[in-house]
Design a protein around this ligand. Structure first.
Ligand SMILES: [Zn+2]
Length: 331
C-alpha cells in the first residue's frame, strides 16, 4: 500500500470523504469508493518464478517487533497526549491496522478488539471511515450487564477489584453500584481468545484433486503490511489491485465466496494433507469450487473487497482447522 504525503486540499478531501463514509456506512454502501488514490488497477508483469519472498521494505515501514511491521504514524486524527482518561473514537483511514493504531495510542492491540465487538468478531477488522473505540488504557472496556458487580468483573478479567474502583475514568465511589449499559474500564484485564468460525467443506473429494507437496510458495508478490498475532491469525500482503494471486500449494478449491463484508471475495484451497489456505479481499476469482489447482497456479487477482483499508491479500494457513502463522511455512 502506498501513501503519498497529502497536500492540504487532498487532506481536506480525504477528511470530507472519511466523514461522508462514516455517515454512509450505516446504509451499507459498497466501500469501493474508499480506495486510496494509489489503488488503481495496475498491470502486473507475468512472473516466471515464485514471487520473491523478501520484498524491500518501504521507508515508512518500521519493525516494531520481530515479524510485525508498522507504518510510521501518519495520523489523520489528533490524538490527545497520554495518559488519557477517556475513551477516544478513532476514524479508520487508508492503510490502518489494529497493531498500528494500538501502537500510536500506546495500548495493546487486543484492548482495541475487546472494546469493539464488531471488530473482534470480524475476520479482517477494518474499513476506511469505520469508528473504532479506543479504551483509555490497556485492558478490557466492559459494558455492564444486569448482574455484573465490581467483584464479578475483577474475577472475570483476572484483576484486583481496586484496579477497577481506583481507575479515574470509571468515576466510581462506594458502594460501587453498577448500571446496565455503563462502560467500565478494567485496566490490565484480559479476555480469553475466541476462535473464529472455520469454514468446512462437506462435498465429496474431487477425483482429480491434487495433493499438496507440504511446501508452500508465496501466494503474491508484495509488502507485508500486517503480521500474525492473536487478533490476526494471518498475514496481510499489500499489493496493487489486480496483482496475481497463486495457489500456495497444490490442492482443490473448497470455498468460493463473493461477500461484501469480512473477507470480501475469497477462496479456500484444501491441500489434502491437513492444510488449507485462504485468500481474501480478491478483486477477481478465477477458480470454481471443487476445481483442482497446482502449486503456483493463478487463482485470482488481489483487491480491496470486504473489510479492508487498502488493496492487499489476507492469507491464512490452517492446519487441521487451526490458523497458524503463514510465515512459518513460507520460504
Ligand atoms: Zn488480514
Amino acid at each position: 500500500m502506498t501513501r503519498q504525503t497529502p497536500t492540504l486540499s487532498a487532506l481536506a478531501a480525504t477528511l470530507f470523504c472519511v466523514c461522508l463514509l462514516g455517515l454512509l456506512r450505516l446504509s451499507a454502501v459498497p466501500m469501493t469508493a474508499a480506495a486510496s488514490p494509489g489503488a488503481a488497477p495496475t498491470p502486473t508483469p507475468e512472473p516466471t518464478e515464485i514471487p520473491d519472498p523478501a520484498p524491500a521494505w518501504p521507508s515508512d515501514l518500521t519493525i516494531i517487533e520481530p515479524g510485525y511491521l508498522l507504518k510510521s504514524p501518519l495520523l489523520h486524527t489528533e490524538i490527545p497526549s497520554r495518559p488519557r482518561k477517556d475513551v477516544f473514537v478513532y476514524h479508520v483511514t487508508s492503510g490502518d491496522t489494529i497493531i498500528g493504531i494500538a501502537h500510536n495510542f500506546g495500548i495493546s492491540p487486543e484492548s482495541i478488539l475487546w472494546a469493539n465487538e464488531r471488530v473482534e468478531l470480524n475476520p479482517d477488522f477494518l474499513r476506511v471511515g469505520q469508528e473504532v473505540t479506543i479504551p483509555p488504557t490497556t485492558g478490557v472496556l466492559h459494558e455492564v450487564k444486569a448482574g455484573d458487580s465490581i467483584e464479578s468483573l475483577a474475577k472475570k478479567y483476572k484483576v484486583a477489584a481496586t484496579a477497577i474502583t481506583e481507575f479515574e475514568y470509571n468515576a466510581l465511589a462506594p458502594p460501587y453500584f453498577l448500571t446496565a449499559g455503563q462502560k467500565v474500564m478494567v485496566p490490565g484485564g484480559e479476555k480469553p481468545y475466541q476462535p473464529r468460525v472455520v469454514y468446512g467443506y462437506s462435498g465429496p473429494l474431487p477425483t482429480t484433486a491434487k495433493k499438496g507437496f507440504g511446501a508452500f510458495a508465496w501466494p503474491i508478490s508484495g509488502v507485508l503490511t500486517q503480521g500474525y498475532w492473536t487478533g490476526h491469525r494471518a498475514i496481510d500482503v499489500g499489493a496493487p489491485t489486480g496483482t496475481r494471486v497463486v495457489a500456495a500449494d497444490s490442492g482443490f478449491v473448497v470455498l468460493v465466496r463473493y461477500d461484501n463484508f469480512g473477507y470480501g471475495r475469497h477462496i479456500m484451497i484444501n491441500h489434502g494433507n491437513g492444510f488449507e489456505t485462504l485468500y481474501a479481499h480478491l478483486s477477481v476469482i478465477l477458480v470454481e469450487p471443487g476445481q483442482s489447482v497446482a502449486r503456483g497456479q493463478l487463482v485470482g487477482l488481489s483487491g480491496n473487497t470486504g473489510h479492508s483499508t487498502g488493496p492487499h491479500l489476507h492469507f491464512e494457513v490452517r492446519y487441521l482447522g487451526n490458523q497458524n502463522n503463514p510465515l512459518a511455512y513460507l520460504p
